[in-house]
Design a protein around this ligand. Structure first.
Ligand SMILES: NC(=O)NC(NC(N)=O)C(=O)[O-]
Ligand SMILES: [Zn+2]
Ligand SMILES: [Zn+2]
Length: 477
């Protein structure tokens, strides 16, 4: 059982930066020992104890736990021209992501029942460069499929309260939400929502027929999806959760708001936490790094739903993240073919909504976080992108931390090196991102998954063969 060792003066272990030496098995893929100091050499008796033959001191680079990106649309099978398991998971590995959890939609068939899930798993075979978990879908008529999908190994479910953008994944209503929460209230499966709801209670710009809006102007799109949509959706979800708990002697499913984009929803999350409700929220790299004021005419590669809002909102999301109202940061990597982005026409209202960024998050947050006061620490990024996302997906017993017995998932990160994002060099299939030309501080040098190198910037990038596995253990956390 070959035991290897890796160390640095800078390791992020349980919310602190410390010198450490990590011993791990390439057979079991687990961390088997951690010394809270950097051993001087491979001859150190503490390494001899384990017959370690390979020890690497990577100082001054930082060793972080592998990132868990719980919101990625890999879109295979069915829309494999939009992404695919191989390109999406290679892109993830390039950014220190050792686990992604694949969304139930844009693939055809969507993951709304066990038969469709098995079709997806077949398509994934031999194509995973990182570990991949799976979300199921909440759609009208599939309530009876939820528990069988939990038993088949999905981590939870996502549903939309508005059009999802794809016809085979229709939105759900209050009645369905209440029934799904009741169905899942005794399972560990997480119930997640795309929280935008148009109650029609107030005019939005696309209702104002008399007012001509230019659909190539970002503000026209922004005005069509106001903060109120998120506020009303999250209010409804919280009401349904309270009702579900009341009907089940105070116990409800864990609920999660995906891609929270509006600062106006933050007080709702704060109050829900004060009320002790089992609800969390994520935001995304693009909401923390981009602002409406800077999105030019026709820049449809910045279109996503909910929309990127203004600079004041962006800073408020950082505050919500730092005070715990928002618990995690993910990519919501939602690619499509260039044609669907309508780059020539630049029509925000008809272009596909989704931003591609899987694998860019760590340097992005490190760069943008350095402009805040106080600047964002690597400990915070690990909390938001490793620890809290691992807990969200029920893998906090094996992922998200550098701990003995956990998967040997490491990122070797150079926090001072600079890189420039350019569309041709990104690893995802459709080489279009909202960060083209942007200089980032920080480079992922290497990504190690269960003790095996899946990405090495000095050895051609992604590993020659796919070393990732599907995560299908029924959720117990
Ligand atoms: N069908 C999608 O991929 N939708 C996604 N699109 C975004 N966020 O713009 C999402 O997460 O809602
Ligand atoms: Zn969504
Ligand atoms: Zn999404």
């Amino acid at each position: 059982m070959p035991i290897k060792a890796i160390g640095s003066q800078r390791c992020i272990i349980d919310s602190r930066e410390t010198a450490a030496t990590l011993l791990y098995s390439t057979d079991s893929g687990k961390i088997i020992e951690i010394y809270n100091e950097l051993v001087p050499s491979v001859d150190d008796p503490r390494l001899k104890l384990f017959d370690v033959e390979d020890f690497e001191d990577v100082t001054p680079k930082v060793i972080l736990p592998g990132l868990v990106d719980s919101h990625v649309h890999l879109n295979e099978p069915g829309r494999t021209d939009w992404e695919g398991f191989a390109t999406g998971t290679r892109a993830a590995s390039s950014g220190g992501v050792t686990t992604v959890v694949d969304m139930p939609l844009n693939a055809i068939p969507p993951t709304i029942n066990v038969a469709n899930f098995n079709t997806k798993l077949k398509a994934a075979e031999g194509q995973l460069w990182c570990d991949v978990g799976f979300w199921g879908g909440l759609v009208p008529g599939n309530l009876k499929d939820l528990i069988p999908l939990v038993k088949a190994g999905v981590r939870g479910f996502k549903g939309f309260l508005m059009d999802s953008g794809v016809p085979e994944f229709p939105p759900i209503d209050k009645c369905y939400i209440e029934n799904a929460m009741s169905e899942l209230s005794n399972s560990k499966a997480m119930v997640m929502f795309h929280a935008e709801l148009d109650t029609g209670s107030q005019e939005t710009s696309h209702d104002n027929h008399h007012q001509e809006t230019d659909s190539c102007q970002y503000d026209s799109f922004l005005a069509s999806r106001p903060d109120r949509f998120e506020f009303d959706a999250i209010s409804l979800i919280i009401d349904c959760l309270k009702k579900s708990m009341a009907a089940n002697s105070g116990k409800g499913p864990s609920v999660h708001i995906v891609h929270l984009a509006s600062m106006e929803a933050i007080p709702l999350m704060r109050q829900a936490h004060k009320d002790g409700l089992p609800i969390t929220a994520e935001t995304c790299f693009h909401y923390l790094s981009l602002a409406a004021e800077k999105i030019g005419k026709g820049a449809t590669f910045c279109k996503c739903c909910p929309p990127i809002r203004n600079e004041k909102n962006r800073l408020a999301l950082w505050e919500g993240l730092r005070d715990g109202s928002i618990t995690s940061v993910v990519s919501d990597h939602s690619p499509c073919t260039p044609e669907l982005k309508q780059l020539e026409k630049g029509d925000f209202m008809s272009a596909w909504g989704g931003i591609s960024s899987v694998g860019l998050g760590l340097p992005l947050l490190h760069t943008v976080g350095s402009t805040l006061n106080p600047s964002v620490s690597l400990m915070e990024i690990v909390k938001w992108c490793c620890e809290n996302t691992a807990e969200q997906v029920g893998l906090q017993h094996r992922k998200g931390h550098l701990r003995i017995g956990y998967d040997a998932d490491f990122v070797i990160f150079d926090p001072n090196a600079k890189q420039r994002v350019t569309n041709p060099t990104v690893y995802f299939k459709n080489k279009l991102t909202a960060y083209n030309g942007q200089e980032l501080i920080g480079i992922v040098q290497r990504t190690i998954l269960r003790g095996l190198t899946i990405f090495d910037v000095s050895h051609g990038g992604p590993s020659k063969s796919p070393l990732g596995k599907p995560i299908l253990e029924p959720r117990e956390h």
